[in-house]
Design a protein around this ligand. Structure first.
Ligand SMILES: Cc1cc2nc3c(=O)[nH]c(=O)nc-3n(C[C@H](O)[C@H](O)[C@H](O)COP(=O)(O)OP(=O)(O)OC[C@H]3O[C@@H](n4cnc5c(N)ncnc54)[C@H](O)[C@@H]3O)c2cc1C
Length: 246
C-alpha cells in the first residue's frame, strides 16, 4: 500500500494542448535518476494513482514530471487541469530499475525516447554519472510534430556544455523538418541512418536505453537484436535496457 505525501503544484507548464510539465513542492524524496514516483488524486471518492518518471535531478528542491494527456485517460486529464497551489498526492518512495547503475557498457550511451519518454533521460543527463562513464552520449527523441519537442533549452545547454561528448537528434515523423530525422526509430536502426548520422556503431560495449511507447520499445528491441545486442536483465546482463509506459 503506497504511503502518500502531500504535494502542491508550483507550476503547470502546457507545452501543447496535450503535453505538460508539473512542478511540485513536496517533502524530499530520495531517488536515482531514471526512477519514477506515483502521482495520485481523489477522483469521485477513489484515489487514482499512476506512475510518472522524474525529470529533475536528484536533490532538487521541487520534483518535476513531463506528462501527456491520454485520450479517455482518468488521471492525466485531471493532472493537466491543475493550477499552482492545488494539492497532489505523491508516493513517499521512488521506484524502478531504469537507471544507469543497472546498465552495463561504457563506450556509447544511446538514449532513445518517444514522447514523454525523454523525461528520465533529462534527469540522468543533469547528473555527473553518464558524463564520467561514457565516451559518447546520444539522445534521440521521437515525436510526431515539431511542437512536441519539449525541453529544448535544457538540451541546448547540454550541447553547449558537452559539445564533443553529446549528440542530440530530433526525430519528427509527421512533418518534414530540416535538421531532423524523419523515420521511426526502428527504421533508422534497420537502415543504418542513425549510425551514419551519429558517426557511431552499435557494439557489445554500447548501452542502449529505450523509453516510452511500447510498440517503439518492442520494435527497437527487435531491430537491435538483429544487430547482435541483447536485452539487459538483472539475471542476464545485456546492452538494451527498457521502460514501457503502458
Ligand atoms: C514506469 C512508468 C513510468 C511512466 N512515466 C510516465 C511519464 O513520465 N509521463 C507520462 O506521460 N506517462 C508516464 N507513464 C504512463 C502513465 O503512468 C499513465 O499510463 C498515463 O498517464 C495514463 O493515465 P490515465 O489515468 O490518464 O489513463 P488510463 O485511464 O490509465 O489509461 C487509458 C488507456 O490509455 C492507454 N495509455 C496509457 N498511457 C498512454 C500514453 N502515454 N499514450 C497513449 N495511450 C496510453 C492505456 O493502455 C489505457 O488503455 C509511465 C508509466 C510507467 C509504467
Amino acid at each position: 500500500m503506497a504511503q502518500w505525501l502531500q504535494g502542491r503544484v508550483v507550476e503547470n507548464q502546457h507545452w501543447t494542448d496535450t503535453l505538460f510539465s508539473l512542478r511540485l513542492s513536496v517533502a524530499a524524496i530520495e531517488f536515482v535518476a531514471g526512477q519514477f514516483i506515483s502521482l495520485a488524486l481523489d477522483v469521485e471518492g477513489e484515489r487514482i494513482a499512476r506512475p510518472y518518471s522524474l525529470v529533475n535531478a536528484p536533490g532538487s528542491d521541487d520534483i518535476e514530471c513531463y506528462l501527456v494527456l491520454v485520450p479517455d485517460g482518468i488521471l492525466s486529464k485531471k493532472l493537466m487541469q491543475l493550477n499552482p497551489g492545488d494539492e497532489v498526492f505523491v508516493s513517499q518512495r521512488a521506484s524502478g530499475f531504469f537507471t544507469l547503475d543497472e546498465v552495463v557498457g561504457h563506450h556509447s550511451l544511446w538514449l532513445m525516447a518517444s514522447g514523454t519518454g525523454i523525461g528520465p533521460y533529462l534527469s540522468m543527463l543533469t547528473t555527473d554519472e553518464p558524463w564520467q562513464r561514457f565516451n559518447r552520449i546520444h539522445l534521440l527523441h521521437s515525436v510526431s510534430k515539431q511542437a512536441q519537442l519539449a525541453y529544448s533549452s535544457l538540451i541546448e545547454n547540454l550541447q553547449r556544455q558537452y559539445p564533443v561528448q553529446f549528440n542530440y537528434r530530433a526525430i519528427v515523423t509527421r512533418e518534414n523538418l530540416a535538421g531532423t530525422l524523419g523515420q521511426r526509430l526502428p527504421t533508422l536502426i534497420d537502415n543504418g541512418v542513425l549510425e551514419q548520422s551519429l558517426n557511431d556503431t552499435f557494439d557489445s560495449q554500447s548501452a542502449v536505453m529505450l523509453c516510452g511507447n511500447p510498440d517503439m520499445v518492442a520494435d527497437c528491441l527487435a531491430s537491435l537484436k538483429q544487430r547482435g545486442l541483447q536485452k539487459n536483465l538483472r539475471r542476464k546482463p545485456g546492452q538494451v535496457t527498457v521502460e514501457r509506459y503502458w
